[in-house]
Design a binder for this molecule. Sequence first.
Ligand code: PLP
Length: 380
Amino acid sequence: MKIRLLTPGPTPVSPEVAAAMAQPMPYHRAAAFKEVVLRSRENLKWLFQTTKGETLFLTCSGSGAMEGALVNTLSRGDTIIVVRGGKFGERWSNIAKAYGVEAVNIDVEWGKAVAVDAVKKALEQHPKAKAVCVQASETSTGVGHPVKAIADLVKGRPDTLMIVDAISALGVMPLPFDEWQIDVMVAGSQKALMLPPGLAFVALSAKAQEAMKKSDLPKFYFSFAKELASQQKGETAWTPAISLVLGLDVALAQMKAEGYEKIVARHHRLAEATRAGAKAMGLELLAPESPSDACTAIKAPNGIDGQAVVKEMRDRHGIIIAGGQDQLKGKIFRLSHMGYVDRFDILTALAASGDVLKRLGAKVDVEKGLAAAEAVFNQG
Ligand SMILES: *Cc1c(COP(=O)(O)O)cnc(C)c1O
C-alpha cells in the first residue's frame, strides 16, 4: 500500500531534501559546513522576513525553541500573558510554570480564535507583563489567531515582548517579522519546511536581544546568546543534527525558488480546497470563522468516532491523518496541507475520508465534495 503522510507534523519530505540528507557525513567544523550554516542564516532571515532581526537554528523539536524563547527573555517572578486556545497554547503556560513565571491565561474555546479585545484587557490589567505568547496557527484546533492585531497592541510597550509560536505557520501564512514588529518567533522543521523532525528555528528582534541581557532564568543548552554568537561565525555551539542542516539548505533553496508569495498562495489554495471540499461533502469544520491554512480540523459527524476515521483512513487507504487531542479526542480528524503537499494529495484525502465516513454510516456526498475542491483548484 502506498503511504501518504498528511498529519500536521511530521509532513512529507521532498525527494531532493531526502537525497541531501543521505550524503556522507561531513564534519561540522569544516569549511564547507560553515558555508551551509551561513547560507541557512541568510535564508532563514528571508523566510522570517527580517533584515533587522537575528535568526538561528537549534537541534531540538519545536517545543525546545518554545522553551528557549521563554528562558532566554524572562526572569524569575515575571508575569506573561498567554493565549490558551488549544494544546499548544497550554504549552506556553506549562513551560512558564516549570520556570516560576506566572502565566495569565486567556482561555479561548477550542476551535475559536482569541478576541483581540481580550488581549487588550489583559494588557491593561497586567501592564507589567513581560510578554504576550500566542500561536499563529493552533495546530490542535486548526485555528489561526490574529497575530498582527495582537502585535499592534504590544509594539508600543517597551517592556513587553510579542512571542509567536509559528511552528505550523512559518512557510504557510504571511508573518512578516520586521513589519509586524514581532519580537520572538519560533518554528520547527517537520511542518511547512518539508524536513524530518529535529530542528527548530528562532527569530529575535532587537528588543528581544535587549531582554536577553536581563533574563535570569536558568539555561545552558538553549542559551540563545551562545548559539547566536557561534552561528554568526558559521559555527554552532554544539554538534548540530548535521544531516538535517544539509536538508534545510536544500529545503530553503527550494522555497526561495518558489517565492514567498507563491508559497503563501499555494497553502491558501490547498486549505481553501480542503475546506470547500469538506463542507460540500456535508461535513462541518471545527474552526469555520478563523481557519488556519496549515491544517483543517473536520468534525466527526454525529455518532461517528473521529478516531475510527483516522484508523480506517490508515488501514484502508494508507493515508495517515491526525485525530483530536484531549477534549477533542474522537470529535474531530485533522488533514494537514503543509509543506510538500499538492492538489492530488488533497483530492485523494477528501475522496478517502468520504469513502471511510460512508462505510462508518455517515451521509456524505463525496462527488460534490470533490467537485467543490476541484473548483477551488481551477480558479485562476
Ligand atoms: C507541532 C507544534 C508544536 C510542537 O512542536 P514539537 O516539534 O512537537 O515539539 C508546537 N506548536 C505548534 C503550533 C505546533 O504545530
